[in-house]
Design a protein around this ligand. Sequence first.
Ligand SMILES: [Zn+2]
Ligand SMILES: [Zn+2]
Length: 339
Amino acid sequence: MRAIVTDGKENVWEEQRPRPSPSNGEVLIKIRAVGICGSDIGLIHGEGPPWTNYPLVPGHEVCAEVVELGDDVDSLSVGDRVALHGFIYCSTCTACREGRYYQCDDLKEIGFTLDGGYREYATVPAYTLNPVPESLSDSEVTQVDSAACTLHALQRVQTSFTDTAAVLGPGSLGLFGVQLLAAQGVENIILTGTRDERLTVGETYGANLTVNVRETDPVTRIKEYTNGAGVDICVEAAGGGDVLNTCLEVATQQGDVVLTGVFDDRKAIDPNDIVAKELTVIGGVTAAHATDQVMELFQRGDLSVDGIVTHEFSLEEYERALETVLNREDGVIKAILRP
Ligand SMILES: [Zn+2]
Ligand SMILES: [Zn+2]
């Protein structure tokens, strides 16, 4: 079978590998589609999380089909279409015992520590797979886990229908953020970014105001829109640039700042913004309960990937696919590979 591998030194190549067979508790899956995440591009450049292991097959946004069961697997059947939630954990450390398995002392993650989905077949523990409803498209299934990251983070703050929220960054996470805020009944949603075509997608999902930060200072515009008060909730979904400071500046007194983007370097902030305004700053990773809810929201039509999953490539076209995402060519927001 084909597998796409990186060494974290900007090299990416194709390898032929034997098709693996499932051990106890594992299943063999055929990858149907895998999203190219911004963090995959980071991995190729050696900027993975601390639990990254090279050489590595990237890919954690996986939609697959179960083709063979290992011994002792009774939660899945051959033919099930599944979404990957690729966290592998010990079940015994404090975090695991408190239900925060994604913060396990011995955390391993498929697509980071262990080979991921840029290949035709994979064997993974059965517990990392969730069967998905028939009505979800393969593209939607690849995005269940990403959307769940945003939902899990948003569920750590209280939202109300009278709130004004800003989402900074109109990539896939930010566009899921707009939809989730709208689904939670938040009435005023502001979306900021650098690309008009992405901002326009945000408008179709309920953003009342969009700000192109290349043309307009977002802090001034957001303050003006909120009569000087700032926003109740500010969602950081860009993971770069100066958005962290923008968040702290546009948040209202006692507002919430929700961080969902992954940063590849340290950022300087003015802590007095947090102190003086009594802000609450929260981060969010992901959680299984959120993936269940995301599937429900996709089914209901409250969540969609229309205009978000913009490109599809075969696995053989991985070089063109990665370049398209890296250079943000051709209006790409999210590209998926079809092994
Ligand atoms: Zn991702
Ligand atoms: Zn643990």
